[in-house]
Write a protein that binds this ligand. Sequence first.
Ligand code: GLN
Length: 537
Amino acid sequence: MTRYIFVTGGVVSSLGKGIISASIGKLLQARGYTITIQKFDPYINIDPGTLNPYEHGECYVTVDGMETDLDLGHYERFTGIRATQANSVTTGKIYKAVIDKERHGDYLGKTIQVVPHITDEIKHRILQHNDEVDFVISEIGGTIGDIESAPFLEAIRQLKWELGNRAVSVHLTYVPYLKAADELKTKPTQHSVKEMQGAGIQPDVLVLRTEKHLSDNIRQKVASFCNVDLECVVQSEDLPSIYEVPVNMQNQGLDAALLRKFGVPVGETPKMEGWHHFLELQRTATKEVHVGLVGKYDLQDAYKSIRESLILAGIYNHVKVKIDFINSENITKENVAEKLSNVAGILICPGFGQRGIEGKIIAVEYARVNNLPAFGICLGMQMMVIEFARNILGYKDANSSEMADTPHNVIDMMEEQKTITNMGGTMRLGAYECQLQEGSRAAQAYNAAATSPLSPLSSHLISERHRHRYEFNNKYKDEFEQNGMMCVGINPESGLVEIVEIPSHRWFIGTQFHPEYSSTVLHPHPLFMSFIKEIAQ
Ligand code: GLN
């Protein structure tokens, strides 16, 4: 008896549908229900894997190797679920599936149309979790009224009709405050709901995003203009942290209202002790610690999971992490000391291509020489390796073959990548096992998180997510180790180096994988915990 919650947004984008979807998931879980959350993105790319972060923020990666929207990161961080490719669907994927079926002859004799073929494929993707979980939350990307969203709305309309009280529609809108009139305006919400009604969908629950508190009168007005019960009109005010949102929604009875809509007994309000403990730690962490985020995209969303992982690890270490973005394109040998003068440690970001890498290498050198804690992720780890090769092993031309073919490609393309011609979805993606070297700093970090689901599965074996084509070149492994950079995490099947560290340094670890994808609110990632612990002292 799986039940379905459809989350849509109106008026403007960036209202935080992902946070609301994740919060609903969290609140239902707290009541003992199993859930999953899926994201429908109305663009034609098959996945965001080939998108520039300026277009779409970070690309998140699931354990089964799907490149997805960053909202999947919110879902996992809030609820601890492990999403798979079924949780992330784009218009491109839908059309590709339908066109492949058409070529295969599955619809012989028929004209293929948006309705019913595209809408049926969307419905199939929503219903594929049937009987797996108690609730499926389906978030529709984009804003109501967009041409691209129309097939998704039609699919929801049909499902609401077919599923009866097993389907509920949650619509998020914006209530702007007009300073000159000193008034909060509900008209955009009314229009947005009309748009939904025009598509044949009556929203059951309205979540009103607002910068100012909405009075009961305003909620009442919205309820009566929009045919929604008053208890189903909740407000989502700006809060100091996104992690306050589930509790704020619970306080307004959003989960109870949803359950009543489904005709499910509401029962007692769950206490969510773990979550409240976390919020308490967050509120009481006052000491500030500055981390330098060395990357090339000066955009909040570009390194979303890394930012959240740093903040979460900070909270559990009783400090408030302040992230100073440092554009690696502007780092030079002359200014590096000044640029890093304010930070207690640096994180060298993942990335692709030549732009900004020399600045990253200079930052790594500065951190290595000055014993400044440094954490390199993916391209960041590769830069640590290149810097070491250039300045310690003496290979001045050392580089990654992604950037330049030199006699010393200490980072090289993986063998299986050499024959690849299609760029989309063909990197080394998803979770791979990694054997940690006993006694290493990395192993100590993972062992310190013994109660976390992220701790070693057994005998120092961990599993982490990847997204890259290039790797540490094993030809140089002995030379690196003899000179003090140790390869302390190895893939047991392929022998690929997944973690390097310099044991003589305060904290200097690079991971070829992306630990940031598996940090959650209740279980911050062990490496982030260890890094922040070191710099919080
Ligand atoms: N560009 C590098 C590679 O493909 C690193 C990728 C990354 O940082 N995600 O190997």
